[in-house]
Design a protein around this ligand. Structure first.
Ligand SMILES: [Zn+2]
Length: 431
């Protein structure tokens, strides 16, 4: 993403005052009030998309839907979904609102399906809401004050290094060697660390106990890759501060994040989220971003699995709760019998086994190559022995069916996904 212009920064500051107040109140809205708030925005957005975005005009006309037909949530839930492939195929001319130029927008680029690039453009307003929601998100983990320093380890810089000097942020590229990152942490002494869970794990492994007690982080927020509660709890104990997961995507921006109780709250004032039941009993997440008018995402199929519940949380937020978040559907394993094992289960199971052999395993990646072949890549440590290997093989044998060959492959570096992210569970089978 490019840097914010002066005008955008000024708008951000102005919105900061008004928008932040709104964002602070919405988590306390009753469910009814929140639904009404979302409904008003959805009606406006659907009309805008139909009238100004060629892709949506055609998409809705193809099923004879007109915004005047939108009278209830049932009507909305019947509007055709939008897939990632459609977004890629229609970018930029047909999916940007008429009159907008790509150069005037903030564009975020990531890898789409089958190696294709997915570009998402945001207007100023959507960008500002995104950043304000970011400040609120970190405030869920600790009392985030304007003078607290953030260290942001990511593939591309955050659009703003500070907000007119407030909430200062230092950026480090994910490609930076871990020892250098550790030096930066010691030097800058950030209050908040934002990074991939795989990076945090490597940082933790290379920090000495005295280093750990000296860095005094107040909160760590992880994102983009799957991590489990077991893993985060472990890291939280080591760093002596909360380690909370954030769930977001380029298409929908901020979707949900964990509060101090560990609950994933859906950011209801950013997206309207729903689920769709699949034939195999799983639920695919579908989202509508309520703010991006430049490139609307309406009933966008996020393709991650999860459930949505209304339930009480001790943190006091009323936002609905995301449970069973299982990451990409494509990363679940399908066994010869047709049985599916979710990537969330596999990650939990793998992590628990490997935590038992901490000195033996520095890193791992579980890969299903074919329906009947699974390998566990392992970066071995000092404690690696033939006994450990046999014990891990025995334990993994219980996860799969008898017809599945399981083997361990010691490696220098674990495999990565096409986009260069570290995903500890990878399926190479076409789903
Ligand atoms: Zn909560």
């Amino acid at each position: 993403m490019r840097d914010l212009t002066f005008a955008e920064r000024f708008a951000l500051l102005r919105s900061f005052v008004f928008g932040r107040r709104l964002l602070q109140h919405t988590p306390q809205y009753s469910h009814e009030r929140m639904r009404a708030w979302q409904w008003e925005r959805i009606c406006r957005l659907v009309r805008h998309a139909y009238e100004n975005v060629p892709f949506y005009t055609e998409h809705y006309r193809s099923v004879s839907f007109h915004p005047n037909d939108l009278r209830s949530w049932e009507d909305f839930h019947r509007i055709p979904l939008v897939t990632k492939d459609q977004v890629i195929a229609n970018f930029p001319e047909r999916i940007l609102a008429k009159g907008l130029k790509l150069g005037e927008l903030v564009v975020s680029r990531s890898s789409g399906s089958s190696g294709k690039v997915l570009d998402i453009a945001y207007d100023d307003r959507a960008m500002i809401v995104y950043m304000l929601a970011g400040l609120r998100l970190y405030g869920m983990g600790f009392a985030y004050r304007p003078w607290h320093r953030q260290l942001y380890i990511y593939t591309s810089p955050y659009p703003s290094k500070s907000l007119f000097g407030l909430y200062p942020l230092d950026f480090i590229s994910t490609l930076t060697p871990i020892p250098e990152i550790i030096d930066q942490i010691k030097l800058r002494r950030p209050d908040l660390l934002v990074c991939y869970p795989s990076h945090l794990k490597q940082i933790e492994q290379q920090l000495s106990d005295s280093d750990l007690s000296g860095i005094a982080l107040r909160c760590i927020s992880v994102n983009s890759e799957m991590s489990t509660q077991t893993e985060r709890d472990h890291l939280s104990r080591r760093f002596g501060c909360p380690v909370l997961d954030e769930y977001s995507s380029e298409e929908l921006t901020r979707i949900a994040a964990q509060c101090r109780c560990g609950t994933y709250h859906i950011f209801e004032d950013i997206n309207y989220m729903e689920t769709r039941l699949q034939a195999d009993g799983s639920n695919v997440l579908i989202g509508t971003n309520l703010h991006n008018y430049a490139m609307p995402m309406i009933r966008y199929e996020q393709n991650d699995l999860g459930r949505i519940e209304e339930r009480h949380c001790d943190c006091g937020w009323s936002f609905r709760v995301l449970t069973d978040l299982q990451g990409r559907r494509n990363d679940s394993f399908i066994l010869p019998s047709g049985r599916t094992i979710s990537s969330g289960f596999l990650l939990d199971a793998t992590y628990e086994v490997l935590l038992t052999y901490r000195t033996a395993v520095k890193d791992f990646c579980l890969i299903q190559k074919t329906r009947s072949e699974v390998i566990l890549e392992v970066v071995t440590g000092d404690g690696w022995t033939a006994d450990v290997r046999r014990a891990i093989e025995g334990r993994f044998g219980t996860f799969f069916e008898p017809g599945v060959r399981f083997s361990i492959a010691p490696v220098e570096l674990c495999s990565k996904t096409k986009s260069g992210k570290r995903n500890p569970i990878i399926s190479r089978i076409q789903h």
